[in-house]
Design a protein around this ligand. Structure first.
Ligand code: NFE
Ligand code: MG
Length: 477
């Protein structure tokens, strides 16, 4: 007999994700046989941007999220620079990479230690580690204590990553320094050396603590190399420019299609978003983001998420650190829960090492900005990498105002609902087949969900109040 289990909201991720799984015994093993991922809030940013001055785009879109705002700023700037080309100084490219790199490391450290680790090890018997499900925990005693100590230490590491970014970004999150034409801070020598010292500390933590920790979790939970694969289609837009070409990058652009050998080229024209199962007005066929519509419709028959369903060539694709590492040829162990954790840690070290090089390349007296003229009309797209994967902004300017804007985030790719062909999104597919020990406490489901590092603040936005919402007074003045 099938049991339906609803996790709403899934805790320890950004924003509000509802996951519904159907659990049934197959070949004497209880497992997930169906899954639905729901973004429970409405995203209104594309509508907010219409009619605004184009230069607002990097600043407004950063407010989509406090975890990956730097990526939103960068791709908004890229879209503007495509609409009206401008030569960006070398210093600006380096400063953009450095602040973005710092934000990746802060986000990845947060993900492993503060959002995922407690799926594998129990914390102390007091809040915020309780209440919790008492489930299969294979790491105990001194090894567990060491991981919990590192959970606390990782809070300072995150702060150091934010400081490294704020030295040039001005503030974290939401740095105001990303502008079309360049960057708005000069790389003073004193800040270069401060940032360099912080990056050394980050490298020491990643190498000495985080990579050994993720390896010990992977050893204790080695069955998770065979759990949570998903469609095995991987997509990366590429990021961290190494020169002005736009194609020479720390992480390259490419995709891997299940069953097809080698890395394939990405045709940006093959991207569409389906809304058949999303709470948006139906369209005759999925649209490319440059023509995408944001017309909410709730309730809607067949609808179960505020996320649209991005597809490449009508197929779901996983995005994120594992996709980047595979596409770059830096990782080829597998596609699973554990591979996602290992790839994220490996990538953090690559980024930190690259930051050392970018700091050395900065010229304290060099230019950071070229005058940019806002076009009265034009269009552009910004495609890059956010911590959680491929991020795209599509912009159209008309009459000096933003006429059309569409954002497709990594979590929208990963946690998307079914499409018009009823094909499940990557996270939904990854959940199907997951063995479950206790259907009342399906920690295995959490492990699969968390491995994608979903961020629903990015994927959707603006609260949709529920009728049963109530106000509780917790203290009298
Ligand atoms: Ni809110 Fe984001 C990243 C973006 S996720 S964290 O990384 O864009 O979809
Ligand atoms: Mg969108």
């Amino acid at each position: 007999m099938a049991t339906i289990k609803i996790l709403d909201p899934v805790s320890r991720l950004e924003g509000h994700l509802r996951v519904e799984v159907t659990i049934e015994t197959v070949n004497n093993q209880q497992q997930v046989i169906d899954a639905r991922a729901t973004g429970t809030m409405f995203r209104g940013f594309e509508m907010i941007l219409q009619g605004r001055p184009p230069l607002d785009a990097p600043h407004i879109t950063q407010r989509i999220c406090g975890v990956c705002p730097v990526s939103h700023a960068l791709v908004a700037v890229q879209a503007l620079e495509q609409a009206a080309p401008v030569a960006v100084p070398v210093n600006a490219r380096l400063l953009r990479n450095l602040v973005l790199g710092a934000s990746f490391i802060a986000s990845h450290v947060l993900h492993f230690y503060h959002l995922s680790l407690l799926d594998f090890v129990a914390g102390p018997d007091r809040p915020p580690w309780t209440p919790r499900w008492e489930v299969d925990q294979r790491i105990t005693g001194a090894a567990a204590q060491s991981l919990v100590d590192h959970y606390v230490q990782a809070l300072s590491t995150r702060r150091k990553a934010h400081e490294a970014g704020a030295l040039f970004g001005g503030r974290m999150p939401h740095p105001p320094t990303y502008v079309p034409g360049g960057f708005t801070t000069t790389p003073r020598a004193s800040r270069i050396s401060k940032c360099d010292a912080l990056v050394d500390e980050l490298i020491a933590f990643i190498q000495g603590t985080w990579i050994p920790d993720v390896q010990s979790v992977a050893t204790a939970y080695s069955d998770y190399y065979a759990i949570g694969a998903g469609p095995e289609n991987l997509l990366a837009f590429g990021g961290f420019d190494l020169d002005a070409s736009g194609t020479n990058q720390l992480f390259g652009r490419g995709r891997i299609e299940a069953g097809v050998n080698g890395v394939q080229a990405v045709d940006v024209g093959a991207i569409t978003e389906a809304v058949h199962h999303s709470w948006y007005q139906d369209i005759s066929s999925p649209l490319h983001p440059a023509q995408g519509e944001t017309a909410p419709q709730h309730p809607k028959a067949n609808g179960y998420s505020w996320m649209k369903a991005p597809r490449y060539d009508a197929k779901p694709y996983e995005v994120g650190p594992l996709a980047r590492q595979w596409v770059n040829g830096d990782y080829d162990n597998g596609i699973s829960v554990m591979d996602r954790h290992l790839a994220r840690a490996a990538e953090a070290l690559q980024i930190a090492n690259a930051m050392k090089g970018w700091l050395a390349e900065l010229s304290p007296t060099g230019a950071v900005y070229t005058e940019y003229t806002v076009p009265s009309s034009g269009q552009g797209a910004g495609l890059a990498e956010a911590p959680r994967g491929a991020l795209g902004h599509w912009l159209n300017v008309s009459g000096g105002e933003i006429a059309h804007y569409q954002v497709v985030t990594p979590t929208c790719w990963n946690a998307s609902p079914r499409d018009e062909l009823d094909v499940l999104g990557p996270l939904e597919q990854a959940l199907v087949g997951t063995p479950v020990g206790d259907a009342d406490k399906p920690v295995e489901v959490l492990r699969v969900v968390h491995s994608f590092d979903p961020c629903l603040a990015c994927a959707v936005h603006v609260a949709h109040p529920r009728r049963e919402t109530s106000l509780r007074v917790v203290a009298n003045p």
